[in-house]
Each structure stands twice: as C-alpha cells, then as structure tokens.
Design a protein. Structure first.
Length: 91
C-alpha cells in the first residue's frame, strides 16, 4: 500500500527564532500511523518565518490530511496552517 506525503506550512503569530517548542507540540498531536519525514523553514516577511512540516500518512486513511491541518491551526501560538503540497508515494 502507498502513502501520502504532505507538506504543511505553519505560520506563528509572532517572530520565532527557534521552532523546537513548536516541533514538540506538532509531534505530540501526530495521528496514529503517521510520521514526520522532515522539517524546514521559509522566510515570509519582516523576519517572520513559517515552519514547513512534511508528514507521511497512510493512503487509506480518508480525511486525515484536513484533520491534521485543523489540529495544527489550534496549537497555541500558531496563526494559521496550510496544506502546501500533497503527493503520493509507494514507500
């Protein structure tokens, strides 16, 4: 069975120098059978950076992509979260 790799863009409410605390919060709400495949940062404007989170989901779990995006947006200190990229993989 294949998997789905999703990149989320998580925008903090304010300028963040270190995303370690946010990464721990994201890892804590990760759905069962899912895994973090990578992290990144993207400059937005005026010193504000977005955290990029690549998550691997099982292909057969319907609705999980949107549910996780909603959960990300509810983390304290997060302004918004967006699904940035979705692709299917056989790994």
């Amino acid at each position: 069975m294949g998997s789905v790799l999703v990149v989320y863009k998580v925008f903090p409410e304010d300028i963040v120098e270190n995303f370690d605390a946010l990464k721990k919060q994201i890892t804590a709400i990760l759905p069962e059978f899912s895994s973090i495949e990578g992290w990144g940062e993207e400059p937005v404007a005026f010193g504000l950076k977005a955290l990029l989170v690549q998550v691997k989901f099982p292909e057969d779990k319907h609705g999980i992509v949107d549910e996780f995006e909603t959960a990300l947006a509810k983390i304290p200190g997060v302004s918004q979260a967006q699904t940035f990229n979705i692709r299917r993989t056989s790994r």
